[in-house]
Design a protein around this ligand. Structure first.
Ligand code: RP5
Length: 178
């Protein structure tokens, strides 16, 4: 899935990361930000990872979102090879529940930052990428402001409903909806 002139590169160590990473893709789609999606493994395709990271900025990519699980070296290694900001998504794992991925991605040495989101929270990675781009794009910034306003309103609506129904009926209604 590569659009023309992608601004965001969404990469992941394995196709098994895609169910998590799809939420970052969805955010780019929602904000109509051009993006590309690729499987680039730090361990299984290290040469291609180097090639990707060293050339992404030359192709017009502005932000890289990198998701990985377990040993999760992809975000840090890509960050060490690119001048672009890198957002790391720790993918949840079977035995250690993604704590392994989180520690691996977040514990970068001084000089090579990776902006790390919560375990499994590729949606926030997408939003952060959009906000980085919006810092010098006023029409995108307006979309971010509108998104935040909607978020605010949805919480206000929940509060009104909770007040009106009381917690028991509110919970009943939530259960019926799920
Ligand atoms: C990592 O190993 C990938 O990012 C993935 O989260 C994990 C497992 O990969 P698969 O064995 O499912 O391909 O490199």
């Amino acid at each position: 899935m590569t659009q023309s002139s992608p601004l965001v590169g969404i990469i992941m160590g394995s196709d098994s990361d895609l169910p998590t990473m799809k939420n970052a893709i969805a955010v780019c789609e929602e904000f109509e930000v051009t993006h590309e999606v690729a499987i680039v493994s730090a361990h299984r395709t290290p040469e291609r990872m180097v090639e990707y990271a060293q050339n992404a900025h030359k192709r017009g990519i502005k932000v890289i979102i990198a998701g990985a699980g377990g040993a999760a070296h992809l975000p840090g290694m890509v960050a060490s090879l690119t001048p672009l900001p890198v957002i790391g998504v720790p993918v949840a794992t079977r035995y250690l529940k993604g704590l392994d991925s989180l520690y691996s991605i977040v514990q970068m040495p001084r000089g090579i930052p990776v902006a790390t989101v919560a375990i499994g929270n590729a949606q926030n990675a997408g939003l952060l990428a959009v906000q980085i781009l919006a810092s010098h794009d006023s029409s995108l910034r307006e979309k971010v402001e509108k998104y935040r306003k909607n978020l605010h309103n949805s919480v206000e609506d929940k509060q009104s409903e909770l007040k009106q129904l009381g917690y028991k009926d509110y919970l009943k209604k939530r259960k019926q909806q799920s």
